[in-house]
Structure formats: C-alpha cells, structure tokens
Design a protein around this ligand. Structure first.
Ligand code: FNR
Length: 360
C-alpha cells in the first residue's frame, strides 16, 4: 500500500492522524481534570534553553548509555502504554519491534493487547535493541503480581517497572465526552486477574502500599524500577530503604491526578535527593530530541516517550515508529554536537537558561 507522508520531525503538539476514531484519540491524548499537568509537561521542557560554548565541537558523538549496569545503544525507551491496538493493528508488537531495530528501549504495559512472550521473542532477536522492561500493575493479590513478574522474567524481560502513581483511574472528561469504551472481547492476555471494579472502598483496599513494594522487592530477582515518583522524600525513602534499583520521575503523562508539577520541574529535587545512588529516568511531555537532551542535561540517565510513539504508530504502524525514532536519533546527535557534547553524560555540563517565549 502507498507510503504515507513521513511525520514531521519538528517538535509539535501531539495530534493523532486525521481519520482516527475520535474516541480512541480522546483516550490516547487526554489527561485528567482540566489537563493542567498535561499541558505543563510539554511547556516545561520548552521553557528550558541553553547557552553553549563555541569552537568545541566533538569529532564524534556516542549516544550509548548504561542503564541498570548494562550498555544500550540509546538513552530512551517507549513508555508503557495500554491498548496500543486501538492506534494500529500492529499494536505493541509493531511498536516494540520497530523501536528495537532503532535501538530504543521498550516497556510493555500489563494492559498490552499482545502476550508478553510474543513481544519478548520479537525484540530479543534484534541485535541493536534497547532494554526490554515489563510494567506491572498490581491487579489481584500479591501472588498474582508475583506470578506475572515471574512470567515476564521467564520471557526475558530485564526489569520490572512497578507503577506507583495510579492506585485509582477513571475516564477523563475527554474520554467521557467522546464516549470512549474498550470494544467487547478486547484482548488483555497479560492481566493476572480481573481489573478491580466496584466501590471506591474496594479500589482503595487494592491500592499498592510501601510494604507491598518491600515484599515484591524481596522476592524479585529482576531489577525493580518504581514509576511515578515526584516527591524528593519518596525518592529518598526508596534509596535509604533499598526499595528499587531505579526510579522514573513521572506524573503518568497528566492522566491520573491533575495539578501535579511538570516532570521537568520535579526532576531536579528528586535528583538531589537520590544523589547518584540510583538510576533516574523521566517521562512526560517529551516531544522531540531536544527535550530529551534537556532532561539528560538536568541529570536524568534516560527518558521515556509516550504519546509521540502512539502518534507514529497510528500514522503508519511499525514503519511509522521506526521513522519517528530515526528522526529522533538524528536530531539528538546533531543537538549534542552543536552543544559541544560527545556523549549524553557530557550534556550535564551545558549551561541551562530559562526561555521566556517558548510557545511553539
Ligand atoms: C499511559 N501510561 C501508562 N503508564 C503505565 O505505567 N501503565 C500503563 O498501562 C499506561 N498506559 C498509558 C496509556 C496511554 C494512552 C498513555 C498516553 C499513557 C503513562 C505512560 O507510561 C507515560 O508515563 C506518559 O505517557 C508519558 O507522557 P507522554 O510522553 O505521553 O507525554
């Protein structure tokens, strides 16, 4: 079939391709409440600028990165996202394989529409791939999560990403207005138990707590990554009590609780609290490679990208995702070179400045 036009490599507010089901678009693009946090995420990266030194262009740029003790081709991963089949029939398999070919990591959601083993088999055969992690939602009881984590480990996932910022979720205003609902018989081959339903009390009773994290941590052989940390005291607690190997500064892309700070704003205090004791990643509102450079310049070890990958997948399946990451990598390397940095780590010495008029 005819090649679709390549997505623009420019930074742009995420919009799904024309023709996509409006209800699905509301699901992918929407956020909680008045979407204040959703908007703040994107704006915050744009409000950071830099003041580079001239005449110090590197002769080579090496973007490979160490994460959880292993060397990987790039410092970025696809954020875990549920229900990618709503964007394109190639779904999680297409997104994961295209990302692997382009050296990007991939975090598979518990709510993926493809069995976790199928994604692992496809990705692990790719020699240039990035890390492959499994995101765990604590459905059911402790033994259910434990079995799912073991299943991910047997399949070859290299870390468990435990999402700690979403004990409750309900449809956003955009989803409600658009009448979003999952189609009947929607595939959920990794859900260990029925998603909790019922009264608020039932949901609150199922919510993850610190002792659950400690329990999982003790039993798990794989590295544990805690996703959704914003408060520096929580970051300190994770380090002091050895509750995880890495943490992800995230507000769930503004999808759970509105009024949270932009992740670019929350990141510095978390980094200060962690003080180099753990690997720190960040996601939320990263729309182009320059945003990723800013995250690394602030001190993050790597970034995760959500909605832009859905946009690329919706546009042209796995091919769209591969093209997206190619543009991203080219722009990232060029940006590093123009900043006089030979590696992601060297961005930490770039002088960052506030940008006052950063509206695209
Ligand atoms: C998500 N996110 C998410 N996070 C998670 O831990 N488990 C999940 O199943 C999902 N599902 C999900 C679906 C969709 C459609 C989106 C957009 C997001 C949150 C995701 O991992 C990440 O934190 C944010 O998406 C990052 O923000 P950006 O890059 O989308 O702005």
């Amino acid at each position: 079939h005819a090649t679709q036009p390549a997505p623009s490599p420019r930074c742009a507010a995420t919009a799904l391709p024309a023709g996509m089901d409006a209800a699905a678009a509301a699901y992918f693009l929407g956020g909680a409440g008045d979407e204040i946090t959703l908007r703040a995420n994107e704006r915050a990266w744009r409000s950071i600028g830099w003041l580079p030194r001239v005449l110090s262009t590197p002769t080579q740029v090496d973007i490979s990165t160490t994460l959880l003790g292993q060397r990987w081709p790039t410092p970025w991963l696809v954020a875990p996202m549920a229900h990618l089949r709503l964007a394109h029939p190639e779904a999680e398999l297409g997104a994961a394989l295209a990302s692997a070919v382009q050296g990007a990591g991939f975090v598979l959601s518990t709510q993926a529409t493809v069995p976790l083993e199928a994604v692992a088999d496809a990705v692990r055969a790719e020699p240039q791939r990035g890390p492959l992690w499994f995101q765990l939602y604590p459905y059911g009881g402790r033994e259910d999560w434990w079995r799912l984590a073991q299943r991910a480990q047997r399949a070859g996932y290299e870390a468990i990403v435990l999402t700690v910022d979403a004990p409750l979720q309900w449809p956003s205003a955009r989803e409600q207005d658009a009448g979003f609902a999952l189609p009947p018989d929607w595939p959920q081959p990794n859900l260990p138990a029925a998603a909790p339903r019922g009264t608020l009390e039932t949901l609150l009773g199922c919510a993850l707590r610190w002792d659950d994290v400690a329990w999982l941590r003790r039993r798990l052989e794989l590295p544990l990554v805690l996703k959704g940390v914003l408060h520096p005291d929580d970051a300190r607690r994770i380090c002091d009590h050895n509750l995880g190997d890495a943490l992800i500064v995230s507000n769930h892309g503004g999808r759970v609780l509105d009024g949270l700070p932009a992740t670019a704003q929350a990141l510095p205090a978390v980094l200060a609290a962690v003080d180099g004791r753990r690997c720190v990643l960040v996601d939320g509102g990263l729309r182009c490679a320059a945003d990723a450079v800013k995250a690394l310049a602030l001190g993050a070890d790597a970034v995760l990208v959500g909605r832009p990958v859905v946009q690329a997948l919706a546009q042209d399946g796995a091919r769209g995702v591969a093209r997206f990451w190619r543009h991203w990598r080219d722009a990232f390397q060029a940006t590093l070179a123009l900043l006089g940095c030979a590696s992601p780590h060297e961005t930490r010495s770039v002088t960052l400045i506030p940008m006052t008029d950063a509206t695209p």
